[in-house]
Write a protein that binds this ligand. Sequence first.
Ligand code: PMP
Length: 456
Amino acid sequence: MSKHSELASRDIANHMHPFTNPVKLEETGPFVISRGEGVYVYDDQGRQYLEGMAGLWCANLGFSEQRLVDAAQRQLQRLPYYHSFTGKVPDVTIELAEKVIAMAPGMSHVIFASSGSESVDTAMKLVWYYHNAIGKPEKKKIIARERAYHGVTIAAGSLTGLAYATSGFDLPIDRVLRTGCPHHYRDAEPGESEEAFASRRATELEQLILAEGPETVGAMIAEPVMGAGGVIPPPATYFEKIQAVLKKYDVLLIADEVICGWGRTGQMFGSQTYAIAPDMMTSAKGLSGGYQPISALLVSAPVYAALREQSDRLGAFGHGFTYTGHPVPAAVALETLKILESDDVLGHVRAIAPKFQRDLRAFAEHPLVGEARGVGLIGAIELVADKASRAPHAASAGVGAFCVAAAQRHGLILRVIAGNTVAFCPPLIISAAELDEMFAKFARALADTETYVAGL
Ligand code: PMP
């Protein structure tokens, strides 16, 4: 007899899971989630979990927002599908485009897709299209950072600077350049201030551009706060210095707002939190609260002007998907953005983020914790083997994985990223009492982890 439930056995038999070891899955079986309510989800046994990651950093309005359900249902009844090719467009998609542009400072036009990866992929194509349009066809290389996460399509996966997205896939493709990660805790020299570290990273960026030839470098892509690479807020003055270098050599900046966008950092966009003035912005996840697959690539007026002229010269803008601007996700996204405004979700984030950050940072005193960091309602706790030297645990010890598994036993879903860093990214609607519950459960998981580490 199988040790797994019937449902689990069917899953193992038929379904290849993303970012999962298929051999281990056969042993452990899947963790089956059946329903959601507020900041909680429930497994197929009816057990409740506080979702401390908002799923994959996206369920910003929790798991039971009726207004989003109603918006989807209304749209399914009225117009369940239409496309946006050859001048046609669903009416609701026009409304969403107008709303997105009204809420995104400095942006002129939006190009929809279904996932963050597709938006990043499109951004890469547009860097090439743009430079062809303005008569600089050599300017094609794109700079991304170590530990960046930009998705998994061939282009986005190439920009992602984490081995798991490239190993075995023959990625990255060419035209991708790599620059250093702004991880002060891990990468700064002993005693180096945030400002001095930021200057060093900016100098390295300039050296890279000069070594490659500025006439060959088209763009840089950066998450305002790096997400899957470790939840890494930029060190003080970083983006100011990076942007000065990019400007000097006429290199476009793409802000990857897939996690930061729509309120996560306490402003509508991470670009506002860190005074970034990008030429393009990618956004997904929170755009629909995760309820429907939709992403948006936003472009500034000068970029749009070049795309417009080039497309006219070529006869059309030869890009788009069957589901570009799909009316159902568009209706849900439009409702999401209306809720952000009508419920003053940003006001709530700003009110509750100081408590979140204070409670998170209180763990910095714990003997297992190297650093607790974050901004707004995103944070991380980096577990280390030795606080003083910051030495990490051996990967084989699985300390971070143990900690999140322990949290799950206590009814809290978190995620281990970048080795032994535990990420926190709860729904933006989380209450103070739910935050207390989240950190109390995490404290118990950390105590279990201490026992585990002592036995290593
Ligand atoms: N960019 C960033 C910053 C992300 O965090 C992610 C997803 N975690 C992506 C792009 C890719 O988005 P998707 O998984 O929707 O393709």
